[in-house]
Ligand binder design. Structure first.
Ligand SMILES: *Cc1c(COP(=O)(O)O)cnc(C)c1O
Length: 467
């Protein structure tokens, strides 16, 4: 059951089919163009969409909007130090700002950054510095059917080879994303982090974690690594952080706030340089581009995200939805990860070729059916692939679950909508991209229905579909 009760409610927009059809057309079949009053259940992202607790709302009221030295900053810094063990804390307004601070100081053109899988903003920031992102997740990460318990793990042999072959100065840091968002929200084991840490440090390269979903990762570690079965989420967090030199955080995930983030490190000199960047781009080091009340809400949210009843319910919600879909035959990425259910669109719509965007077609149908907004993480999201890139292409639809927002009966509605689409999958056709911007096309592209194939004369009967 939900480990909370409801104190404030927000009305859900409920649209009839004609209104949903009209919304789709207006949006150019790109659900990023929908207005929130056109969406009944919004599973677009789990980022910054959490419900805050009564304690966090109370925290806003004790916001001390002092420019320098606010008491809310002191509280925030104390909590981050306590949870992570990193002495240097640099606040930022969200995760990508934290990435900008760290990577703009550390990277030089031509360098390489290995990661299990770069999240899109991390990748973009590496590229923005003229460096090259390299994904080194284990092979199972790319197999939607593999039941490997830690599909977020790094392929340590490949990392070792990279660091042996390259001059160490070409690899200024190793990153690991916990959990691996791009690969289905899959966890990384502490055992794997130990190996990665040992290899990186043997070559004199620091290890940084992308810790956006660290509490969810710790939950999986507790469940799946026997050594940690009796440890608290905070203890497991420390076991992970103690192996690293620092981390970037989007508190819009496991910070349970609508905006916020930070970088942490053990390197005081690096922190000083990041603070220079911070003042230039974000604000003074005791507010980091945020209202001080937001720092207070973040300090409280970071601690709440480590509570076991909260995490048990959160992970159980993902499994509940994944189980409902999988038991009806829907090809769901296995095992379910921490923050959402990912559907394998290749297997859902096997007759829709990749040039007709099967993931996007599925996203459109799920909205058409039940007003449920999901997101494509496939051909549209990635953009045209570098021909040299031989990693397999996943074509996924993500149903991200916001934290503490929806109940089990909301998820039942989502499952009914997806299952109705599953029932009529044989008649679903792909889409044509009618406006294709060069950059970040998944936010702005527009689509249209494919032109009909052999247009049958009006009134004549269509030939039966060969099956
Ligand atoms: C969301 C996210 C980011 C970026 O954070 P923002 O707060 O959206 O800027 C970075 N890495 C991962 C793994 C994420 O999920």
């Amino acid at each position: 059951m939900e480990p909370f009760k409801i104190k404030v409610v927000e009305r859900l927009p409920i649209l009839d089919r004609a209104a949903r059809e009209a919304a789709l057309e207006r949006a150019g079949y790109n659900l990023f163009n929908l207005r929130s009053d056109e969406v009944t259940i919004d599973l677009l992202t789990d980022s910054g969409t959490s419900a805050m607790s009564d304690r966090q709302w109370a925290g806003l009221m004790v916001g001390d909007e002092t420019y320098a030295g606010s008491r809310n900053y002191a509280h925030f810094e104390e909590v981050v130090r306590k949870l992570t063990g990193f002495p240097q804390v640099v606040p930022a307004h969200q995760g990508r700002a934290a990435e900008h601070l760290l990577l703009s100081v550390l990277l030089r053109p031509g360098q390489i950054v290995p990661n299990n899988m770069h999240f899109d903003t991390t990748r973009a920031h590496v590229v923005h510095q003229g460096a090259r992102p390299l994904d080194l997740a284990i092979a199972e990460a790319y197999d939607p059917r593999s039941l490997h318990p830690f599909k977020g793990n790094v392929d340590v042999a490949r990392l070792e080879r990279l660091l042996t072959d390259e001059d160490p100065s070409h690899v200024p840091l190793v990153m690991v994303t916990i959990t691996n968002n791009t690969g289905g929200g899959q966890p990384v084991s502490v055992a794997n982090l130990r190996e990665v840490s040992a290899v990186a440090h043997r070559h004199g390269v620091p290890l940084y974690l992308d810790m956006c979903r660290w509490a969810e990762n710790a939950y999986f570690v507790r469940e799946r690594e026997p050594e940690f079965a009796d440890r608290s989420i905070r203890e497991i967090g420390r076991a992970m952080f103690d192996l690293a030199d620092g981390a970037t955080m989007s508190a819009k995930k496991d910070g349970l706030v609508n905006i916020g983030g930070f970088v942490v490190t053990r390197d005081a000199q690096l922190a000083a340089r990041m603070k220079e960047q911070l003042i230039l781009f974000e604000g003074f080091p005791t507010y980091g581009g945020l209202a001080r009340r937001d720092l207070e809400a973040m300090a409280i949210g970071l601690e709440e995200a480590t509570e076991l009843p909260y995490l048990e319910h959160r992970i159980a919600q993902v499994r509940y939805l994944a189980g409902k879909l999988a038991s009806a035959g829907v090809p769901v990425f296995q095992p379910p990860g921490g923050h959402g259910v990912y559907i394998d669109a290749h297997r859902f719509l096997p007759d829709v070729p990749i040039s007709q965007f099967p993931g996007q077609a599925l996203v459109v149908e799920i909205y058409r059916e039940g007003g449920v907004r999901t997101v494509e993480i496939g051909e549209v999201f990635r953009g045209p692939k570098d021909p040299a890139d031989r990693t397999p292409s996943l074509e996924l639809v993500r149903l991200a679950i916001p934290r503490r927002v929806y109940t089990a009966s909301h998820l039942d509605h989502v499952a009914r909508s997806v299952l109705a689409v599953w029932e009529r999958r044989a008649s679903i056709r792909g889409l044509a991209m009618v406006e294709a911007p060069e950059r970040l096309r998944h936010f702005t592209a527009r689509f249209g229905p494919l032109p009909s194939p052999a247009t049958t004369p009006r009134g004549s009967k269509r030939p039966a579909r060969a099956r």
